[in-house]
Write a protein that binds this ligand. Structure first.
Ligand code: NAD
Ligand code: GDD
Length: 339
C-alpha cells in the first residue's frame, strides 16, 4: 500500500485517479480548493483537505514526510472559452505557477519518492498546428517554443521547473502532456467545459429538429482521450523508469463538426449544426471567437516505445458514456429549475 497525495483531486482527472488508486488499496489524500462536485469523497480518497495550494503553508501541511507519490493536477484551467479569450491570463499564470513552485520545493524537502506533473498539449508551438489536417505534436517539436496561450506557457515553464528539480535535487518526476481528456464527472457547463462535454450538453438540451451552436467553421481538429484510458496511461507511466515529457492522448483526430455530429448521432435526435464564427460570433457575444490552434493530434510513438502499451478505445465509445452522463445532469438541472 502506497501513501498517495493527489493535488487537484477535487477536479475531473484527480477524482477518477483517486477512485482508481483507493480501489487498488492505496492510502489516498486529496487536496483541492473545492470539494468534488460529482464524486462522494469516500469513493475517491481517505482524506479530503480543502485548501488553497498557492499558499505554501497548505502545501507544507498536505505533503508530509513518508509520502510515496504526489500527483500534481491542480491548475487554474478550462476549455477554449476559459483559456483563449485572454480574460484569465494573469490568474492562470500566477495561480498555476505558484502552485507548482510550492509543490516542487515541498516534494524535495519531504523526500517524496515520485511526483507526477500534468502538463498539456497546449505547450506545443502554434506554428506546427496551423494545418488542421497535419498538426505536429511530437514531443521533440516542443522547441523553439511558441504556445498560443498563456496557459500553455505556464505549462511549459512548470515542466521545466520539475525537470530542473530532477537534475539539481534528484526529484523523481514524471511529466506528461495531456491531450483533451473527457468523460463523465467532468466539467460540462459554466464556461470551463471543453468541446466533448459542450457538444454533449448542447445536444442533450436541444429539442428534436433544433440546432446546436459550434464555434468556428467546425473544420478545426482535435483528438480526445477517454478518462479511463488516461488514468491507465498515467499509472503505467508512473511505473516506468522514463520521466518524459511524454504525450498522453488519442491519435484519433476528428474535426469539431465531426465531434458535434457524433454527439447528435448518439442522441438519435434530428439536429442541425450552426457554425458561428468571425463577426457573427462577435456580434452575439462581444468578444472574438475562442478557437485555439487549427489542428491538434496526439503523437504516441514515444509513449508506445517507452511503456509498450497504447490507448485503443474508439472516440465513439467514450462519447456514448459521456453523453449519457451529461444527459442525466441536464435532466437533473431541469428538475431543479422546475421546483
Ligand atoms: P479540473 O479543473 O477538473 O481539475 C483541476 C483542479 O485543480 C480543480 O478541482 C481545481 O479546483 C483545483 N485547483 C485549482 N486551483 C487550486 C488551488 N489554488 N488550490 C487547490 N486546488 C486548486 O481539471 P482536470 O481536467 O482534472 O485537469 C487536471 C490537470 O490536467 C490540470 O493541471 C490540467 O491543466 C491538466 N490538463 C488537463 C487536460 C484535460 O483535457 N482535462 C488537458 C491538458 C492538461
Ligand atoms: N469548449 C468549447 N465549447 N469549444 C468549442 C465549442 C463549444 O461549445 N464549439 C466549438 N468549440 C471549439 C473551440 O473553439 C476549439 O476550437 C475546439 O472546439 C476545442 O475546444 P476545447 O475542447 O474547449 O479546447 P482545446 O482542445 O482547444 O484545448 C483543451 O485541451 C488542452 C489539451 O489538449 C483545453 O482544455 C486545454 O485546457 C487543454 O490543456
Amino acid at each position: 500500500m502506497k501513501k498517495i497525495v493527489i493535488l487537484g483531486g477535487g477536479g475531473f482527472i484527480g477524482g477518477h485517479l483517486g477512485r482508481r488508486l483507493k480501489h487498488e488499496g492505496h492510502h489516498v489524500r486529496i487536496c483541492d480548493i473545492k470539494k468534488h462536485e460529482y464524486f462522494d469523497h469516500n469513493e475517491i480518497c481517505h482524506e479530503f483537505i480543502v485548501g488553497d495550494l498557492t499558499d505554501p503553508s497548505v502545501v507544507k501541511l498536505v505533503v508530509e514526510e513518508g509520502v510515496d507519490e504526489v500527483y500534481q493536477l491542480a491548475a487554474d484551467m478550462g476549455g477554449a472559452l476559459y483559456i483563449f479569450t485572454g480574460e484569465h491570463d494573469a490568474d492562470v499564470m500566477h495561480n498555476s505557477a505558484t502552485i507548482n513552485l510550492n509543490v516542487a520545493r515541498e516534494c524535495v524537502l519531504k523526500k517524496v519518492k515520485k511526483v507526477f506533473y500534468s502538463s498539456s498539449a497546449c505547450m506545443y508551438p502554434e506554428h506546427n498546428q496551423l494545418d488542421s489536417d497535419n498538426p505536429n505534436c511530437e514531443e521533440s517539436s516542443a522547441y523553439p517554443a511558441n504556445p498560443d496561450s498563456e496557459y500553455g506557457w505556464e505549462k511549459l515553464f512548470s515542466e521545466r521547473l520539475y525537470l530542473a528539480y530532477n537534475r539539481n535535487y534528484d526529484l523523481n518526476v514524471r511529466v506528461a502532456r495531456f491531450h483533451n481528456i473527457f468523460g463523465p464527472q467532468g466539467t460540462w457547463m459554466g464556461g470551463k467545459e471543453k468541446s466533448p462535454a459542450a457538444m454533449c450538453r448542447k445536444v442533450a438540451e436541444q429539442n428534436e429538429g433544433g440546432q446546436i451552436e459550434v464555434w468556428g467553421n467546425g473544420k478545426q481538429t482535435r483528438s480526445f482521450l477517454y478518462i479511463d484510458e488516461c488514468i491507465e496511461a498515467v499509472l503505467k507511466f508512473m511505473e516506468s523508469d522514463f520521466f518524459g515529457p511524454v504525450n498522453i492522448g488519442s491519435e484519433e483526430m476528428v474535426s469539431i463538426n465531426e465531434l458535434a455530429q457524433m454527439a447528435i448521432d448518439i442522441s438519435q435526435k434530428n439536429l442541425e449544426i450552426n457554425n458561428l464564427e468571425g463577426q457573427d460570433f462577435f456580434d452575439k457575444y462581444g468578444f472574438k471567437c475562442p478557437l485555439g490552434v487549427k489542428g491538434r493530434n496526439s503523437h504516441n510513438k514515444l509513449y508506445k516505445d517507452k511503456m509498450g502499451w497504447e490507448v485503443s478505445q474508439p472516440l465513439r465509445v467514450g462519447m456514448e458514456k459521456t453523453y449519457q452522463w451529461i444527459l442525466k445532469q441536464v435532466e437533473n438541472k431541469a428538475v431543479e429549475h422546475s421546483i
